[in-house]
Design a protein around this ligand. Structure first.
Ligand code: FAD
Length: 308
């Protein structure tokens, strides 16, 4: 049997946070392996245009992801993708991973960067019009709706704050919310209510998306009466919550009630030698820039842990 290699660092996930951690760790001459489940680049490859990543001409999400991947590999980072981790043993000094195909990997430090996904509504047309009128990120896509009319779905802080932000671009923003009151903070509600470009449709839920290649209209149900109506729109921004990809880590590292990984400011988790970064951790703003910053911090913290 060949001797099993013990990596200095294993990173779980190859999104912006994981690839950045890979760049920093391998450049610091730490033997580094990234284990990734889905597409390399994570949510970046789902994003047509990334217009707010500073200092880079490349705006296509998949190109930014590819550049980060090449940079990590150039420093010697190994990336294994399209796999599934069956079990995690993160408690001892040597951490252990078993994949569903039986392969096993070990390391002295671990950086968890499994990211997350916006909660979708799960109604007809949603998959077809993602990126063709349906968005889950106003900061990312608001500009594409300059001079247009959009719908915002949700009643929490994100929905109301992003609705206000969208009025910088859109001529009209209609907030559709399922209850007769908002869950957002009073200040966020007041800001939305006093904005002349924002109108409200309460106690209503979207039922379907329709269009010819791009989104053109939505159907919605007014819940108290069950009445279905149709509304023309250029875009819909959905803020129905966010799901961290931490299902497999429940009971392994500390998660909060929203299933986000709890870290300190150095991005240490509750387990020695285990760090976490990116959209999966407890934080307010989820962007490529913040994921990249987290990946940097987690990698530097892991290097310090390994030195000590
Ligand atoms: C539609 C959309 C548009 C966006 N537009 C912008 C924008 O314009 N500008 C901007 O700054 N931000 C934008 N964002 C947000 C930004 O993409 C994310 O905040 C950022 O990419 C998160 O990076 P991450 O590395 O934390 O996670 P992710 O990108 O989610 O990467 C996580 C990776 O881990 C893998 N993984 C998950 N679970 C496991 C597991 N158990 N084992 C192994 N691997 C696993 C996933 O397959 C994925 O590859 C957008 C997001 C979306 C959804």
């Amino acid at each position: 049997m060949p001797q099993e290699e013990i990596f200095d660092v294993i990173i779980v996930g190859a999104g912006a946070a994981g690839l950045t951690a890979g760049i920093y760790s391998s450049r610091a001459k730490l033997s580094t392996l990234i284990l990734n489940e889905g597409a390399i680049g994570g949510q970046m490859v789902l994003t047509e245009e990334i217009a707010n990543y500073p200092g880079v001409d490349t705006k296509k999400g998949y190109m930014l992801a590819n550049t980060m991947k090449m940079q990590a590999k150039q420093f010697g980072c190994k990336i294994k993708s399209g796999l599934q981790i069956k079990s995690y043993d993160l408690e001892g000094e040597v951490k252990h991973f078993v994949l569903d195909d039986g392969r096993e990997f070990s390391s002295r430090a671990v950086i968890l960067t499994p990211g997350g996904r916006p909660r979708s509504l799960g109604i007809p047309g949603e998959e077809s019009f993602k990126g063709k009128g349906i968005s889950y990120c106003a900061t990312c896509d608001g500009e594409f709706f300059t001079g247009k009319e959009v719908v915002v779905v949700g009643g929490g802080n994100s929905a109301l704050e992003e609705a206000v932000a969208l009025t910088s671009y859109a001529t009209r923003v209609t907030i559709v919310h399922q209850f007769d009151h908002f869950q957002a903070f009073k200040h966020a509600v007041e800001q939305a209510e006093k904005n002349p470009k924002i109108s409200f449709i309460m106690e209503s839920e979207l039922r379907s998306f329709k269009g010819d290649g791009v989104l053109q209209e939505v159907t919605m149900e007014h819940l108290p009466k069950g009445k279905i109506t149709t509304m023309r729109t250029d875009g819909v921004f959905i803020f129905a919550g966010y799901i961290p990809n931490t299902e497999d880590l429940d009971g392994i590292v500390e998660l909060n009630e929203r299933k986000e990984i709890v870290t300190d400011t150095d991005l240490k988790t509750n387990l020695p030698g285990v760090f976490a970064a990116g959209d999966c951790i407890v934080k307010k703003y989820r962007q490529v820039t913040t994921a990249v910053a987290d990946g940097t911090i987690a990698s530097l913290s892991a290097a310090e842990y390994l030195r000590s």
